[in-house]
Write a protein that binds this ligand. Structure first.
Ligand SMILES: CC(C)(COP(=O)(O)OP(=O)(O)OC[C@H]1O[C@@H](n2cnc3c(N)ncnc32)[C@H](O)[C@@H]1OP(=O)(O)O)[C@@H](O)C(=O)NCCC(=O)NCCS
Length: 186
């Protein structure tokens, strides 16, 4: 009999997963960002752009760490850590996505805890942070629930070349260590 534990599995991604991750990324943006980024960009530009981005990242970024979430064997989400993304702030978590229809099952939480465990193990004593659009209220509530502290607010130019406001959520080194312990206990 399947339990919730073996329904959900995490697997580290490689270059061979670049297309898959680009598809998950695009699908998630098309839903979560439908009121944030222009529809033309989401439907016509993002798919190709995401594919190029993920191939480039896997090819050139030696410190990239990406983990896929599989629900009953099907890819349903992913998280990416870019240690070189913004080193002056700590370790950047850039992308955490769970597909529509799979949300609310604890998958996002497991991905975030896995990222914290990775940061704690490989970059002990470092903080972890991410940027989220101010208008992405659902994700902001999730990050707050996960213990992230909102520490910064910036006007940004989006991938679609439009203007938006992004917020930085941060986990102190102590909070990263706590989330890593949560992962070990999960
Ligand atoms: C935000 C996201 C990653 C959360 O993943 P998820 O799998 O739905 O979240 P989980 O089921 O793991 O929830 C974990 C906890 O957060 C809470 N939570 C999740 N979404 C929430 C919301 N919108 N409002 C309030 N609490 C929320 C859950 O209730 C749960 O709380 P618990 O630990 O007390 O049970 C997911 O909804 C998503 O991918 N959204 C679209 C893409 C996106 O915007 N990504 C962020 C880009 S910066």
């Amino acid at each position: 009999m399947n339990t919730a534990m073996n329904q959900l599995q995490l697997r580290e991604a490689t270059f061979d997963d670049a297309n898959l991750i680009a598809q998950l990324h695009t699908r998630s943006w098309q839903v979560a960002y439908r009121d944030i980024l222009p529809a033309h960009y989401l439907n016509n530009v993002a798919p190709v752009e995401r594919e190029t981005l993920w191939k480039r990242r896997f090819h050139y970024d030696n410190h990239l760490w990406v983990t896929l979430a599989l629900w009953e064997g099907e890819p349903v989400g992913f998280v990416c850590v870019l240690p070189d993304g913004e080193p002056e702030r700590g370790i950047l978590l850039d992308n955490l996505h769970v597909m529509q229809g799979q949300q609310g099952r604890g998958i996002g939480k497991r991905l975030l805890l896995a990222a914290a465990a990775y940061v704690h193990q490989h970059f002990p004593g470092k903080a972890m942070h991410l940027w989220v659009y101010e208008d992405n209220h659902e994700a902001r509530r999730f990050y707050s629930r996960m213990g992230g502290q909102m520490v910064d607010r910036e006007k940004v130019v989006t991938a679609a070349d439009s203007k938006a406001v992004a917020l930085c959520y941060r986990w102190s080194p102590e909070a990263v260590a706590e989330r890593a312990q949560d992962m070990a206990a999960a």
